[in-house]
Design a protein around this ligand. Structure first.
Ligand code: NDP
Length: 505
């Protein structure tokens, strides 16, 4: 493993792979200003590579959420943002996208030290995706319109698509950048104002984005970034003056968010929750390619992905060859400092997540599954875990049912297409799924039979900003991405007026 630095040093960090930026923003961003929290409380954000504190961040509590909601309310009720032509909002969003690109390396480094994410991936994919999302929805901002209805009576009837109002976004720690813009971009295009609560483990890039938003010209109060713990999220979800909530995170917390919304002002909620996504690998698959796909599917982002291929089902004809090769390849997977360009897997984001994964590995052993490789901490410093594979897994074992959210593959065998489909669907979740085959008939039958929001045929993580994404079953509801996401932040108003002496209806 490489030498690590504490992230607070703007020297060249002797021995590390990159100059780590000085942390510039540590306060709440409310009404266009960086401010201390009312309570003066601060919390530590930790570098998962070193287990050392990077810096302290102002902690939003209920009082701060009240102030931020007031700012967002005022910006919505009387500020310029919702009243601006869509094309003007678009210009500001495009400027923000440019500023992000100018700061790409610094932001990528923030997500790496805060979340243990691969620097190369953040720089090549996550941070560019922030600009993509802003540009995509900027393009939509001046094309949001209702319809004129062909009526059966003497009425002129039309609909208006109006911004829903003040939105609360509660986002998780596994994709701090992509999640920020998945939520904020369509809401901004729609003309909403908002609060965004990053996860307590990964607040750094969110605060940097707030700074760039101000430079780009997002008016004060339109975007408020309020790092804090779950209680701050709960205060947003239950606030009487927040008009909608968009949440990504665990199913358990999603349920709490929905209950808080129900018990307060019945605000609409969209939930993108956990998953236990299956991939079915059929006998006709190229085994080497299937091995690569399955490993990438579970080890990418150290398995902290809601769509991870965490259940791998291999048809019996190629099972033995697949098992042998996947174990060999997993043993060569490079774990270490995520700044090192050779490294494929960094540390888990937090101590809590690290411990949760290790406890599931122990549970898998106790449940009687066979540990083929991995199963331990990697090294003795940082939250690193060895790529881990279990076989002989039964459907009712908890390692096959629960979202582990780590580098732990659960491997089993199936015989027929029907059995494969049945196993794939034997989960309370329905977020993503995969099929590996060259046979179009199998691909068509299986893709239509799996109950999941996205099906990847011979690929993994094939997202596109134009393609809606969201869950079936207990993986949630509502769609991110695509024009579909705009509808989470719009409401339809119908307007009627009588017409007299019209030559037609
Ligand atoms: P949570 O679902 O608790 O966290 C997601 C976000 O919700 C965070 O911003 C969190 O704040 C906030 N939050 C926590 N409690 C509440 C509440 N009562 N009301 C409103 N917001 C709240 O995930 P965890 O961090 O606890 O991770 C646990 C498990 O969840 C993981 O192991 C994984 O299985 C799953 N998960 C799934 C994700 C996905 O992409 N679908 C993403 C992250 C986790 P804070 O961080 O301060 O607690």
């Amino acid at each position: 493993m490489a030498n690590l630095s504490n992230g607070n040093d703007d020297s060249n960090n002797n021995g590390s792979f990159l100059k780590i930026p000085k942390i510039k923003f540590t306060k709440l961003f409310i009404n266009g200003e960086f401010v201390d929290s009312v309570s003066g409380k601060r919390f530590e954000t930790v570098d998962p590579r070193t287990e050392e504190v990077i810096t302290e961040i102002a902690e939003a509590t209920k009082e701060d959420i009240d102030i931020a909601v007031k700012a967002a309310r005022q910006a919505f009720d009387s500020g310029p943002w919702p009243r601006m032509p869509g094309a003007e909002r678009a210009k500001i969003m495009l400027k923000w996208a440019e500023l992000i690109e100018e700061n790409i390396e610094e932001i990528a480094a923030l997500d790496t030290i805060d979340g243990g994410k691969l620097y190369s991936w953040c720089k090549a994919v996550d941070v560019p995706e922030a600009s993509n999302l802003l540009r995509y929805y900027a393009g939509a901002a001046d094309k949001i319109h209702g319809e004129v209805f062909k009526t059966s009576r003497n009425l002129h009837l039309y609909s208006l698509m109006e911004p829903v109002g003040v939105v609360g976004h509660i986002i998780p720690w596994n994709f701090p950048t992509v999640m920020f813009f998945t939520k904020a971009s369509p809401a901004l295009a729609a003309g909403c104002t908002m609060l965004l609560k990053p996860a307590e483990h990964t607040p750094l890039s969110a605060l940097f984005y707030a700074h760039l938003a101000k430079l780009a010209g997002i008016p004060d109060g339109v975007l408020n970034v309020v790092p804090g713990f779950g209680s701050a999220g709960a205060a947003i979800a239950s606030h009487m003056d927040v008009d909608a909530v968009s949440f990504t995170g665990s199913t358990e917390t999603g349920r709490k968010v929905m209950m808080a919304a129900t018990m307060s002002n019945l605000k609409p909620v969209s939930l993108e929750l956990g998953g236990k996504s299956p991939v079915l690998i059929f006998d006709d698959a190229d085994v080497d390619k299937a091995v690569d796909l399955a490993l990438f599917g579970i080890l990418h982002n150290k398995g902290e992905i809601c769509v991870a291929f965490s259940r791998v089902y291999v048809q019996e004809g190629i099972y033995d060859e697949f098992e042998k090769k996947v174990v060999e390849k997993a043993k060569t997977w490079v774990v270490g400092d995520p700044f090192d360009p050779k490294v494929q897997q960094g540390p888990q984001t937090s101590k809590a997540q690290f411990e949760k994964i290790l406890s599931y590995i122990e549970l898998g052993k106790k449940e009687g599954a066979t540990l083929l490789t991995g199963g331990k901490r990697f090294g003795n410093k940082g939250y690193y875990i060895e790529p881990t594979i279990f076989s002989n897994v039964k459907e009712d074992m908890l390692i096959s049912q629960d979202e582990i959210f780590g580098p732990v593959m659960v491997l089993s065998k199936f015989k027929s297409i029907e059995e494969g489909i049945e196993k794939a669907n034997s989960s309370k979740y329905g977020l993503a799924s995969g099929i590996v085959t060259k046979n179009m008939d199998i691909a068509n039958t299986v893709s239509r039979s799996i109950r999941a929001g996205i099906v990847w045929i011979n690929c993994f993580f094939a997202f596109d900003v134009d393609c809606p994404f969201g869950g079936y079953k207990m993986s949630g509801f509502g769609r991110d991405y695509g024009l579909e996401a705009l509808h989470k932040y719009l409401q339809v108003k119908s307007v009627a007026t009588p017409i007299y002496n019209s030559p037609w209806l």
